[in-house]
Write a protein that binds this ligand. Structure first.
Ligand code: DGT
Ligand code: MG
Ligand code: MG
Ligand code: MG
Ligand code: MG
Length: 343
């Protein structure tokens, strides 16, 4: 056996071991997903008819509906559910748009907490499920009543015509159900570790607040463009410096849209977690100080039988998708197992 001659190359490998006893968050994000957004999928053969320079500019491969495509979001959620089924150390995950954050319990010792191994496992598990499940979601036409934008310019600037309803044909949508090898969706990933429950809750609150801000902006922006006939640049200018209350007012007074009545999945994003029976918080649970909620002992301090019991309980639990507020303490008090790790 002469492999020893080569083995010195191992010394070049570097590992980042994430700090022990900290929450590990893996955030994945779709690469270049703006390209999947629809401008043209109402025209029969839009991309092929457009001149080359315009094709490059539009390059909207899968025609996501604006501002939110429920099929795209449901698919993200289904892929996230799969990740929780495969990786039992994940306690909760939260996603919106083209991103998802997966939270590993602070006691987790998966891959000795090596950052690259954890991030790559999460992102490849997610991507595999996303691509596998794609046809199931995109064989459906986009729901009617949603905005669909049509590209309609001859010059350099982008013009979009307002259209209501969704006359997209079943035929077109079946074409979209096939992924092209040249446009396979991919995701990037990073690991972040948070030392306290408080930091973790703030992280998730930050993502949910981001969802809300973006969605209010996008909803208003696309109403101005698709219903109000503004160009993208005009709408952008128009919204510069506006507050949330201004956007609510624009939606209501100009288009009769009450933002509060928008779908929860759009306003709040999606939480994927294991749900056990207890939903009404007991008095004891209410009294839990969630910032210092007691931890599971570190995994190597747990007996093997206890570890098995926890794994089995997690495996048996339903992995559910919810569109609820995770910023308020209620959410955590109603589900103490998320922080304690005890099913
Ligand atoms: P990146 O992440 O730097 O590779 O580039 P992008 O293009 O993925 O940018 P990002 O992640 O900041 O923004 C997400 C994009 O995905 C954004 O252009 C809107 C688009 N997107 C995600 N979900 C939907 C959806 O449901 N409907 C529509 N119309 N667009 C969506
Ligand atoms: Mg990114
Ligand atoms: Mg992205
Ligand atoms: Mg994103
Ligand atoms: Mg191997």
């Amino acid at each position: 056996d002469e492999t020893w001659i080569f083995e010195y190359v191992r010394q070049f490998e570097r590992e980042e071991y994430l700090l022990p006893n900290t929450w590990i968050v893996v955030r994945i994000d779709g690469r270049g997903f703006h390209k999947y957004v629809s401008f043209t999928n109402l025209c029969k053969n839009p991309i092929r008819l457009a001149p080359l320079w315009l094709q490059a500019r539009i390059s909207n491969h899968y025609g996501f509906v604006k501002p939110n495509d429920i099929r795209a979001l449901d698919l993200m959620n289904a892929a996230a559910q799969h990740v929780l089924h495969v990786l039992h150390d994940i306690m909760i995950s939260y996603g919106h748009s083209d991103e998802y954050s997966f939270v590993f319990h602070k006691s987790c010792t998966l891959f000795e907490r090596r950052s690259a191994k954890i991030a790559s496992t999460v992102v490849s598990t997610f991507t595999a499920a996303y691509i596998h499940l794609w046809p199931r979601y995109f064989a459906e036409p986009a729901p009617t009543g949603t905005f669909l934008a049509r590209h309609s310019n001859g010059g350099g600037s982008t013009n979009v015509i307002a259209i209501e309803g969704n006359p997209q044909s079943q035929e077109t949508s079946r074409e979209k159900a096939d992924l092209a090898i040249s446009h396979l969706p991919t995701f990037d990933a990073r690991c972040i570790s948070y030392p306290s429950n408080h930091n973790l809750k703030d992280y998730l609150s930050w993502r949910q607040a981001d969802c809300h801000i973006n969605n209010l902006y996008n909803t208003t922006f696309w109403a101005l463009v698709l219903k109000g006939g503004m160009s993208n640049t005009e709408a952008e200018e128009f919204l510069k410096g506006t507050l949330s209350s201004d956007k609510n007012e624009i939606l209501w007074s100009r288009y009769g849209i009450n933002y509060n009545n928008e779908k929860e999945i759009f306003k709040k994003g999606s939480v994927v977690l294991r749900e056990y029976k207890m939903l009404e918080p007991t008095e004891a649970a209410r009294r839990i100080d969630i910032d210092v909620a007691s931890d599971l002992p570190k995994e190597d301090e747990l007996s093997k039988t206890k570890r098995e019991k926890i794994r089995k309980a997690r495996q048996k639990a339903d992995v559910v998708v919810r569109h609820i507020d995770i910023i308020k303490d209620d959410f955590w008090q109603q589900r103490p197992w998320l922080l304690t790790g005890q099913p």
